[in-house]
Design a protein around this ligand. Structure first.
Ligand code: SF4
Ligand code: FE2
Length: 634
């Protein structure tokens, strides 16, 4: 039997409408691609030089080497390294732009108020003397330190890593020789290392892949989150709703999609300011909603509702009620302009490296952010007047959600129980088994699997077994839509031990209801918040993070970024579940290195399992084994 396309009722309601409206979706194009190339799926195809493409016969009935003599191990390992470097590059580029924005803000060219606590925290971490310095001086020092990392020459390690990573881990990475230097150099080196006639040693290539994970973790994720928090504020808990039912029939609906919050926050600001213009145009107001991580960013800081996640971005337009969708970078389907052409929706691209034929391009620069945001909001207001009421169908599905769980917000809630040692109540409950362990679920949707199913079924099983789940990215969207990010979710799905802890925390926080069983920690770059939490717990207990009953999962990974984030989680010593098989199975040796061999040298490993309940069992087994090693009841 064919598996359903999604478990999201809004998606299931809109798919027939898409067909009726003559809209081709990602699911149609996936079908048109069948059968997908077996060589590509196994990772055994190489196009790194123009003698190729070369492909290795996985059944040993044909070539076992590329024309240059590259073995299947070399080809698979090289391909993986390039993919992980691609993911790291995306996050480093994102972080770089945030640093440039902070520089302009510190020099008063841009008007941002700057988060005092975060400035102090990052300065102290980096060893910057804070005495007598005002916010802008501190910000400039931080910018200087960031640029020193981004541009360093020689062999100086990334200071963001040295300052923030768990100390025991730094020793492990040093021994393996994988501490990165400036990220651009490392990404360039990965391209060099994998070009024709270079590294043929799969072990060396896998270690280089681990290094790219560290590039992503500290010069991508951590740097981006830290700088964005300074610029835009560190998130605190917010309550709103998730799923396409947040769109409002009589409002101008403007969707923010992509990953970088700099423009998105401007749009949120200007949408509030320009409400009167929307009313003058006949609407009741302006409703902003988010897709992917730009959505997560404005959710975390401004309480903006989530529209939907990656796989349903086209269907948001199929509602006929989206007046404009503004996109920045990453995870934006090029098909959006085509889908929008069937409706009145304006697709607006904003970045010089993301242009889509058929979309309107309104350039966003750091200096013109306010003008660009106003222009975009006004475009949405004008488009509202061109709606075709016969084409509107907003699925009536949305779930209440609580989000905004930065590490600072979690520690703030815990401080109400123990002001002196805020981590103690959390750790005590892990020690006594009320909380069996912690799993971070991250990453995307992937059209190869039923949308959201892996995220939701895996997490329901984990929380039932008293695992506290923290989530980011499109995983967080999936769990939000499924009702796992509100107090009722705790009542309905959490095991007794976890429920008791979340209820006590909710009461201490003055909510008169439990905290949700899944804590939304933000966007994909905010996986650094999960890393910070793990690092803080490891430091509090004075143990290596690899020993903690903590694991990670990318249940429906799609993007190269998910591979680089996952690789970073492995370097932290975590067992990292992948719910979709990455293209490495063509090499037994590389597969074994990733799923077993790495564990001996780095503590963490990849764990591939495509069945959600089996994956939950595997992660529970891993957590229990770690508890046993620590002498904790399991
Ligand atoms: Fe073939 Fe080697 Fe060129 Fe790859 S690098 S395409 S394996 S000849
Ligand atoms: Fe994302």
């Amino acid at each position: 039997m064919k598996s359903p396309k999604s478990i999201d009722p809004a998606v299931l309601e809109l798919l027939p409408k898409a067909s009726l409206d003559g809209v081709e979706t990602v699911w149609d194009r996936y079908e048109a691609q069948q059968p997908q190339c077996g060589f590509g799926s196994l990772g055994v195809c190489c196009r790194h030089c123009v003698q190729g493409p070369c492909r290795i016969d996985p059944f040993s009935n044909g070539p076992s080497k590329g024309i240059c003599g590259a073995s299947v191990e070399t080809i698979v390992a090289r391909n993986l390294l390039r993919q992980v470097a691609g993911g790291a590059a995306a996050h480093v580029d994102h972080a770089y732009e945030a640093v440039e924005a902070l520089e302009l803000a510190a020099k008063d060219v841009l008007n941002y108020s700057l988060d005092e606590i975060k400035l102090q925290q990052i300065s102290q971490g980096l060893g910057i003397d804070v005495s007598g310095k005002d916010k802008r001086e501190l910000a400039l020092e931080i910018v200087k330190a960031a640029y020193a990392d981004l541009a360093n020459h020689g062999n100086r390690p990334i200071q963001w890593l040295m300052a923030h990573a768990p100390k025991e881990r730094i020793d492990v990475w040093q021994n393996l020789g994988i501490i990165p230097r400036n990220p651009d150099r490392e990404i360039r080196e990965a391209m060099h290392q994998t070009t024709m006639g270079m590294d043929a040693d799969p072990v060396n290539l896998v270690l280089a892949t681990a290094k790219q994970g560290l590039v992503d973790g500290y010069s991508g994720l951590k740097l981006a989150t830290d700088i964005q928090d300074i610029l835009l504020g560190t998130p605190t808990p917010v309550v709103t709703e998730a799923n396409l039912g947040v769109l409002k029939k009589d409002f101008v609906n403007l969707i923010i999609h992509g990953h970088v919050p700099l423009l998105s926050e401007k749009i949120v600001y200007w949408a509030k300011k320009l409400q009167a213009e929307a009313v003058a145009a006949g609407a009741e107001g302006i409703q902003i909603a988010g897709i992917c991580c730009a959505g997560n960013e404005v959710l975390m800081r401004s309480g903006i509702p989530l529209a939907t996640n990656f796989l349903a971005q086209e269907l948001a337009i199929v509602t006929g009620a989206v007046d404009a969708m503004v996109v920045d970078v990453q995870c934006i389907m090029p098909s959006l302009a085509q889908v929008a052409s069937c409706y009145h929706t304006q697709i607006i691209t904003t970045m010089p490296i993301v242009k889509i034929p058929g979309a309107t391009h309104i350039p966003f620069t750091l200096e013109n952010g306010d003008q660009a945001a106003q222009e975009i909001v006004r475009k949405a207001i004008r488009a509202y007047g061109r709606r075709d009421s016969k084409k509107i169908k907003i699925p009536d599905y949305k779930r209440k959600i609580m989000a905004g769980f930065s590490v600072e917000a979690i520690i703030g809630a815990l401080k109400r129980i123990d002001p002196e040692q805020p981590l103690k109540p959390l750790v005590d409950n892990i020690v006594n088994g009320n909380i069996l362990g912690v799993v971070g679920t991250v990453g995307c949707n992937n059209v190869k699997v039923t949308q959201d199913q892996m995220h939701v079924e895996l997490v329901k099983e984990l929380v039932k077994n008293n695992v506290l789940v923290v989530a980011t990215g499109c995983s967080a969207h999936a769990l939000a839509k499924a009702g796992l990010m509100n107090s009722e979710g705790t009542e309905d799905f959490a095991g007794d031990g976890l429920k008791a802890v979340l209820t006590a925390l909710g009461q201490a926080a003055g909510l008169a209801a439990p905290l949700p069983p899944v804590l939304h920690m933000g966007s994909c770059v905010d996986n650094s918040r999960i890393g910070d939490l793990v690092t803080a717990i490891a430091a509090y207990l004075n143990v290596d993070s690899a020993l903690l009953p903590v694991a990670a999962s990318a249940p429906e990974l799609q993007h190269e970024k998910a591979l680089s984030i996952g690789t970073w989680a492995v370097t932290l010593g975590l067992t990292t579940h992948l719910g979709v098989v990455p293209p490495v199975l063509g090499s037994k040796m590389v597969t074994e290195l990733l799923t077993k061999g790495l564990s001996d040298v780095i503590g963490g490993k990849f764990y591939v399992e495509t069945d959600p309940l089996k994956a939950a069992d595997g992660l529970l087994e891993d957590i229990r084994a770690k508890r046993k090693k620590l002498g904790l009841p399991s």
